[in-house]
Design a protein around this ligand. Structure first.
Ligand SMILES: Cc1cc2nc3c(=O)[nH]c(=O)nc-3n(C[C@H](O)[C@H](O)[C@H](O)COP(=O)(O)O)c2cc1C
Length: 352
């Protein structure tokens, strides 16, 4: 897969996972193995000593540190950042990632309308995450009109993804594989028009439920250039989450994986646990301080603090944590090395 001047030997992007699930160790190792490693900037500074007092400064500092460390591990491989549009100080985080030398910025959880302006005069590539022909069309039209440019890459994220989902509860309930594949083909057709207009190939990757070489093959048969994979990389030795977090995946059964309501206002997917049970029964989960994560969050109205819940989970305090995962998390049977997973994808890709 080629993204403008970036050649990607294995067309696998490791999806950004916040809070703290994909940091430098995971991203660096995926990049080292020929894929693209993506750091999630969502509360990336949570391990910084001054995080409680000053989350935004801590996050800005950590973006630089984590990208630098990932690039050292990657030894020339491609490292990018996932920065959600819905986060407070989105523009500052993007600028910090560009300054730190991120090769690519992937932005979802809203449409990244201003992203082209934020990377101007840098080599950083940009990719919106879309989940329908409509959202793909809106962002392409807008960038074309306002910035005379188009995306360097497009990520299509489907309903089987992990974390917050770009679909309503009703859409998730009515999900049909065939309709989704029609949507993917529609997006591919649309992006082809922009490729023709701008005279370079804009690669499109699909995300959500991609677990093995067979899934990569299927995505490429639909016309995609590659895939974005997140859940599969959680159960690796190199993943930045605690061992308890990874074990929760290994132990999860299919029926443990549920759609949950999140204070972010979008549905999310997570492994059912005591924390989810408490929030579903309406029990109030106390939070004492705002960590400045989202642009739109009213402390008084939320059932729990999403930052607290995700930090508890990544640190291994599972009783109080929200364990985000994709629909295929139950397929994990053991902890693997990133190199083994990448080898599996590389072998299938070579056959394709
Ligand atoms: C634990 C977890 C955390 C995630 N966090 C983010 C995030 O912070 N921002 C984002 O845009 N996507 C996030 N995602 C979505 C992934 O980047 C990815 O697109 C999606 O999960 C792909 O589906 P898969 O997990 O089935 O491979 C997260 C996914 C998981 C599993």
């Amino acid at each position: 897969m080629v993204i403008r001047d970036l050649a990607v030997p294995v067309p696998v992007i490791q999806g950004g996972m916040g809070v703290g699930v994909s940091l430098s160790r995971l991203a660096g190792n995926v990049a080292k193995c020929g894929g693209i490693g993506i750091i999630s900037t969502a509360q990336i500074g949570y391990q910084e000593p001054e995080f409680d007092a000053n989350p935004i400064e801590s996050n800005l500092k950590a973006i630089g540190k984590q990208i630098k460390r990932a690039k050292e591990i990657a030894m020339g491989g491609i490292v990018g950042a996932n920065i959600m549009v819905a986060t407070k100080k989105y523009e500052e985080y993007v600028r910090a990632a560009v300054k730190a030398g991120a090769d690519l910025i992937i932005s979802g959880a809203g449409l990244p309308t201003l992203l082209p302006a934020l990377v101007e005069q840098s080599k950083t590539k940009i990719a919106p995450i879309v989940s329908s022909v409509k959202s793909a069309s809106v962002i392409c039209k807008l960038w074309d009109r306002k910035f005379k440019r188009c995306p360097d890459l497009v990520v299509i994220e489907g309903p089987k993804a992990g974390g917050h989902l770009g679909f309503s509860l009703e859409e998730l309930e009515e999900f049909q594989e065939e309709a989704y594949e029609t949507e993917i083909k529609g997006i591919l057709r649309l992006i082809k028009q922009y490729s023709e207009k701008y005279q370079y190939h804009i690669p499109v990757v699909v995300a959500g439920g991609i677990y093995d070489g067979k899934d990569l093959r299927h995505a490429m048969e639909l016309g995609a250039d590659g895939v974005q994979v997140a859940t599969r990389f959680v159960t690796t030795w190199e993943c930045d989450a605690s061992e308890a977090y990874k074990q929760a995946y290994v132990n999860a059964k299919k029926e443990d994986i549920q759609i949950v309501k999140s204070p972010v206002g979008m549905p999310g997917r997570a492994i059912f646990n005591e924390f989810i049970r408490r929030t579903q029964t309406g029990e109030e989960v106390k939070h004492w301080k705002c960590h400045q994560c989202l642009e739109k969050c009213n402390q008084k109205d939320i059932p729990y603090c999403i930052t607290d819940a995700l930090i508890h989970a990544v640190e291994g305090n599972l009783e109080q944590g929200l364990i985000f995962c994709g629909a295929n998390a139950w397929r994990a049977k053991k902890i693997e090395h990133v190199s083994e997973i990448m080898e599996e994808f590389a072998q299938e890709f070579a056959k394709i």
